[in-house]
Design a protein around this ligand. Sequence first.
Ligand code: C5J
Length: 227
Amino acid sequence: MQKILMQAEPAPVELDLAETALIVIDMQKDFLVPGGFGAFLGNDVTLLQRTIAPLQAVLAAARALGMLIIHTREGHLPDLSDCPPTKLTRWAPGTRIGDLGPMGRILIRGEEGHGIIDEVAPLAGEIVIDKPGKNAFYATDLGQILHEKSIKNLIVAGVTTDVCCSATVIAANDQGYNAIILQDCVASYSPERHTAALAVIKAQGGIFGWVSDSQSFLASVAALANP
Ligand code: C5J
């Protein structure tokens, strides 16, 4: 049994790696690339791109350790039958889910913008979960997969901190998982909301989970080889 002790806020956290999965949330072209939907709406995608290098290092370490790795993609079926009407009408026409965006239909499975960026693309055998909601547990097999693999802890990376990462951490907490979010491997289009979302997670003694970073994860893994 390999256990790591990771520096984190509000307190260090011990994780049995056999019970720990890395979940990489929505590293999709539409959110991260200059020609994608996020940029089309006027967002600065470079704020999100800073997650790529630290996440690559975390992915490499997790793969070397044989950890369970799960990637998610936010998106809907082409006929929008899995998209609540409230979500369909919330934004201006032309920028709605299913409308034609710069990289295909916005947030529709199979469209170019829906794909994960090459830099952190899933390897063969890694699990990819398509989710219609923000929280990765909603209307997906995630809970079942984690249960079958006896996972108790989730290390969370991806975008965006304040929306899908935060929603997933909060849901994980309610479902009985320990969630540790890596602050340099998550990002928001708003630095203020990024900081605020992390502050909420670690508040009150870790009300929703822990906040750590890639260096702390990598250091704790290196300590396994040099105890
Ligand atoms: C994610 C969003 N992935 N911001 N989606 O955070 O709509």
